[in-house]
Design a protein around this ligand. Structure first.
Ligand code: 6PG
Length: 236
């Protein structure tokens, strides 16, 4: 199985990774603003990115020209500690970065299916391609909310899909989710993958090499469809 091409950046610890990735992203956002007048970024949630988001908030750039959204969201209100929007509001959308335009993936309906049309409308204002997409990964090989056993996985991984976002439910997801689809996520000028810790490093290596048992990992399928070479930021 052909390994997936990546530009690899290795770090001794999560702190130095977060600083370097934030600086790399900020430089790209500044270039995008200089060239096109605005920039867009889709960020992942979960536990890994908190430090990255804090470092990003400290970067000097014209945040009023940046549109920020999430790669995926748990279907919980922003007051819930599981909310990715809450993470972004706490860690990133403060100080100068509070001037950024944030496009949430959650609207106040009981289910993502009921909120889908409203979220589609919200994300419809984004001009794709994104300038930056940052993905994390779960140990099961999911990225965004593209879970291997997700009920909507086939549709969400369809490279021809015209849907930017879709609902997703999976046994390990915790709660219903909404996720950007593969077709939308790979419309990006730069793609970064943040992998921290020995367990994720090992799984990610199997996935990238296409080892038996890992060829269907959603993050592998996303990387295979990416027109740009992803940059891997990996710490010990
Ligand atoms: C989410 C994410 C998800 C995340 C991975 C890794 O909302 O959960 O966007 O794709 O990146 O699950 O999560 P951790 O960083 O918590 O391990």
């Amino acid at each position: 199985m052909t390994p997936i091409a990546l530009v690899e950046h290795d770090f001794d610890n999560d702190e130095s990774l977060a600083i370097a990735l934030a600086q790399t992203i900020a430089k790209y956002l500044r270039d995008a603003i200089a060239q096109r007048g605005h920039a867009s970024i889709a960020l992942s949630g979960g536990k890994t990115p908190r430090r990255l988001l804090q470092c990003l908030a400290e970067q000097r750039l014209d945040w009023s020209r940046v549109t920020i959204t999430l790669a995926d969201e748990r279907w919980v209100p922003p007051g819930n500690p599981r909310s990715n929007e809450a993470l972004l509001r706490e860690a990133l959308l403060r100080g100068n970065a509070a001037a950024a335009r944030f496009i949430p993936l959650y609207v106040d309906t009981p289910t993502p299916e009921q909120g889908l049309a409203a979220v589609q409308k919200n994300v419809g204002v984004l001009k794709l391609p994104f300038d930056v997409v940052v993905l994390g990964m779960g140990l099961d090989g999911h990225c965004a909310s593209l879970f291997p056993d997700g009920d909507n996985l086939q549709a969400a991984l369809d490279p021809e899909s015209s849907a930017r976002v879709l609902p997703m439910r999976a046994p390990d997801a915790g709660e219903p989710r909404i996720t950007f689809t593969l077709a939308a996520l790979v419309q990006t000028r730069t793609l970064y993958v943040q992998i921290e810790g020995a367990a994720k490093r090992e799984v990610f290596e199997h996935i990238v090499n296409g080892d038996a048992g890992f060829i269907d990992a959603p993050i592998r399928i996303v990387l295979q469809h990416s027109p740009v070479t992803a940059e891997l930021f990996r710490s010990a």
